[in-house]
Each structure stands twice: as structure tokens, then as C-alpha cells.
Write a protein that binds this ligand. Structure first.
Ligand code: FES
Ligand SMILES: [Fe+2]
Length: 442
């Protein structure tokens, strides 16, 4: 598929090297849209964005606009945002509430279950009448919800979402669940922050899959002390770190672990917030015992959904917009039942940390942007990137699923990024999901 060769030839996992073509080649990028974004399960939104029938949120899958809505029967549905008549976007708002999506071009209208319900001059202009049931909005092949998040794929042959998550399911449970470890809900703080960066989308995916070495580039933020306790550092103490990859699926997670008898002092800069987190930690210890202190720091669900599990708690989707352009969409989470003051404090802390104005994210973006532009030259692209740290180190852990690397190597291992690129190559080379499943199980 790439100059007649395979994508696998661009990824040398034995040596820990990845060709720069993976990040700068225009043809490969077009193939990614077909082979990855039209087949993988993609995060498209959160149920709290579509609480009532008729609520909608305009999301995207790959480069394409998709309407996530709730139909009259209360089911979440997702449709390509394009009119079946002549292609106009049928919804041009970011989010809202409606009974019908009415196309502004020639006035066709669609119900929130996708049915074409209104066609101008239908009785007089079409002889014989055409079957409107065949001309509804184009719907995703599969849709799944998990702990409030909504996911979809265009491929009817893709495995069920929970299979697709593999060993990374625990990470979503931890990152999306309430802080006290119970069954309560989390909710979004406001809506989505969106912004463009001149970078290939995979820099974002691999960074959050597990790249402990890059924290050196956050040194200035550490010194400024934007941490929740307003001391040096960006976060409170989380204990030991573990890298865990879902080896067959390409997902990568960084977990932290504190023993259950540890005393926590999260968010000490706010009395209200600190008290709330202490209460939650007590409940969490009672409920989860020795596993109470296991949390997600960051992670990537292949291909482009990344999460922070604690400080801050947020989801980022790196939507591809060209080989060297990415549209970042970030949302922030809080416990639904947390006091108002706590939500307010966390909102300030989260956006100071992440997002277009977040000090930590600004460091990351600068790295990704310049790495992209400095890699696309004729000479630069002849030389592979280096992913050799922690080669061959991962093993099985007592209660963290997947291929796990603990300290001290976890801070430097590039195991999760290597596994992400192995899965990337499998997607790019396979012509169907049955080939992808065979590659996964081999
Ligand atoms: S393009 Fe939508 S009605 Fe014509
Ligand atoms: Fe970073």
C-alpha cells in the first residue's frame, strides 16, 4: 500500500525504529482515513451532551462531520452530517436541540432517527414517487456507550466495543468513574474546547499512550508551580508509576499506584476541594481495598482518543485534518454530585493545566508542531525516529492488565508507543476486520 510495500516495513519493532514517513507522507495519511478512521471504534461524545430526545452534538470521525443525537425512542444515534440530496451539511451548529434536521439548500428534512420525512414538492415533482425510506441520513454501522462515553465505527465487521477495548477497559472504568470508586455519575464541565495545531495526529496519540521521558519539556511549568497545591510540580503525589499496553489492540495507559494506607492530601490549595477528596479517598479505600490507589494518569485508546484520569480529569480527541494538521477537542469531567465550589476550583485548575491555554499542553504542542515541520524535509525524512527505551522489559502484573512495566523503567520505557505503531501498521496493511483480528491473535 505504500509505494507497493507494507506499512509494517516502516515499523521495526526489534530495533525500536519508526520511519518518519509515518508522520509526514501525504499518501499514507489518505490511507489512514480509509484503513483506520473508517474501521476503528472512535470516541464521538458523551451522553450528558444528549440528555433528552432531540438533543444533538456535532462530532466527527476522521475528517467527517457526524451528528450525535438522541432519537424519539431515547436511543443515541449517529449520522453523517451530509444531506442525501446534494451533500449540504444538514446541521451547522455545534450542539443544540431539534425535532428535525432541515437542510438549508433545498429544504429536505430528517427526523432525529435519521428518516427522511420532508421533501419539497414530493407529491408533484417525483413521478413515480421515490422511496424516502431509502434516502435517510447515513448512519454509523455500530454505536456503543460505555460509562457515559459514546463510541462508533463505520465498519459492521468491527468486533463489539468491549472486545475492542481489550485490557484497556479498566483504564476507562478508572478514568470515567466517580472519585469515591462508587457507582455515581461524572459529568462534563461546560462543553468542548477546540483548536488547531500544525502537527500530525499521531504525535498526540503516542504522547498520551505513555511517554515519561518527555516530562523534561515541562520543567518550566514544574518550576512555576501550577500544581493543585500551588507548590512546585504540576500534580499532587500519585505514588509509583506503571506503563501498561493492550498488546493486541494498540492502546497504551500510564497508571499510578498508592498503597491503601497512604494519606492523601489532594488539592490542598482549596479547603473545600481538599475535604471533598479526603472523604472520597476514605470511601474508595473501604470499597476497593488495596486497589483503591490504582488510578490512570494518561492513556490513549487507539487510534485517537486520549484521557487524563485524575489531575486533570479530561478526554482529548486528536481529529486528523491533514498529514500535518490536527484539530484538538478537549472536554473536562467532574463528579456530578461534587459541591459547586469543588467543580469551580477544578475547572480553573483543569484549564490552567490542559487545553489551548493550559500551560502543560502548550509545552506538548510546541514539541509536536516543531517535530512535524522539522521532519518533512527531503533529507530529514530519510532518518527513522528512535523508540528503543525499555525494549523487551514488560511483563505480567498482579492486578494491572496487559503488558506492564513498573518503576524505575516505566518512566523511560517506550513500550506503549511501540505497541501503538505495531497496531497502526496492522490496520494499514489489513484489508478487512477478519485480517485485523487474525493479526491481533497471531
Ligand atoms: S442538498 Fe439538502 S436539500 Fe438539497
Ligand atoms: Fe506532556
Amino acid at each position: 500500500m505504500f509505494n507497493g510495500g507494507s506499512a509494517k516495513s516502516l515499523i521495526d519493532l526489534q530495533r525500536g525504529e519508526v520511519s518518519r514517513e509515518v508522520f509526514v507522507n501525504e499518501n499514507l495519511y489518505r490511507e489512514e482515513l480509509e484503513r483506520i478512521f473508517a474501521r476503528a471504534w472512535l470516541y464521538i461524545g458523551h451522553e450528558s451532551q444528549i440528555r433528552r430526545p432531540g438533543d444533538y452534538f456535532v462530532s466527527c470521525m476522521g475528517e467527517e462531520s457526524v451528528i450525535l443525537t438522541r432519537d424519539p425512542a431515547g436511543q443515541p444515534r449517529a449520522f453523517l452530517n451530509t444531506c442525501r440530496h446534494r451533500g449540504m451539511k444538514v446541521c451547522r451548529y455545534d450542539e443544540g436541540h431539534t425535532v428535525h434536521f432541515i437542510c438549508p439548500y433545498h429544504g429536505w428534512s430528517y427526523a432525529t432517527d435519521g428518516r427522511l420525512v420532508g421533501v419539497q414538492q414530493y407529491e408533484t415533482a417525483y413521478q413515480p414517487p421515490f422511496d424516502r425510506a431509502q434516502w435517510g441520513l447515513i448512519e454509523v454501522a455500530q454505536l456503543a456507550t460505555y460509562r457515559g462515553t459514546v463510541w462508533a465505527t463505520w465498519d459492521p465487521a468491527a468486533p463489539p466495543f468491549l472486545d475492542y477495548l481489550g485490557e484497556a477497559r479498566l483504564a476507562l472504568d478508572l478514568a470515567l468513574g466517580p472519585w469515591d470508586g462508587g457507582d455515581g455519575e461524572t459529568e462534563l464541565l461546560g462543553s468542548v474546547q477546540k483548536w488547531l495545531i500544525p502537527s500530525n495526529w499521531k504525535f498526540v496519540a503516542e504522547n498520551f499512550a505513555g511517554d515519561g521521558l518527555h516530562v523534561v519539556s515541562h520543567r518550566s511549568v514544574d518550576m512555576v508551580g501550577i500544581g493543585p497545591n500551588q507548590r512546585e510540580g504540576r500534580r499532587d503525589d500519585f505514588g509509583s508509576l506503571f506503563l501498561a499496553a493492550a498488546p493486541r489492540w494498540g492502546h497504551g495507559i500510564t497508571y499510578s499506584y498508592l498503597p491503601a494506607d497512604a494519606e492523601r492530601n489532594d488539592y490542598a490549595a482549596s479547603m473545600e476541594t481538599s475535604r471533598y477528596f479526603k472523604e472520597c479517598w476514605e470511601k474508595r479505600r473501604r470499597k476497593l481495598g488495596e486497589r483503591a490507589g490504582l488510578q490512570v494518569i494518561v492513556g490513549t485508546i487507539f487510534p485517537n482518543m486520549s484521557m487524563h484520569g485524575q489531575q486533570p480529569r479530561t478526554i482529548l480527541v486528536a481529529h486528523p485534518r491533514g498529514v500535518d494538521m490536527t484539530e484538538m477537542w478537549r472536554v473536562y469531567f467532574v463528579d456530578k454530585d461534587a459541591p459547586r465550589e469543588v467543580k469551580q476550583f477544578l475547572r480553573h485548575y483543569y484549564i490552567r493545566y490542559s487545553g489551548p491555554a493550559g500551560m502543560t499542553e502548550q509545552d506538548d504542542m510546541e514539541n509536536w508542531n516543531y517535530a512535524t515541520s522539522a521532519s518533512r524535509g527531503t533529507i530529514a525524512r530519510r532518518y527513522p525516529y528512535h523508540y528503543k527505551a525499555g525494549l523487551g522489559v514488560g511483563s505480567i502484573h498482579q492486578f494491572i492488565p496487559g503488558l506492564v512495566t513498573g518503576q524505575p523503567v516505566s518512566l523511560s520505557s517506550e513500550q506503549n508507543t511501540r505497541i501503538l505503531y505495531r497496531r497502526w501498521a496492522e490496520f494499514m496493511d489489513a484489508s478487512s476486520w477478519s485480517e485485523l483480528t487474525a493479526a491481533r491473535d497471531s
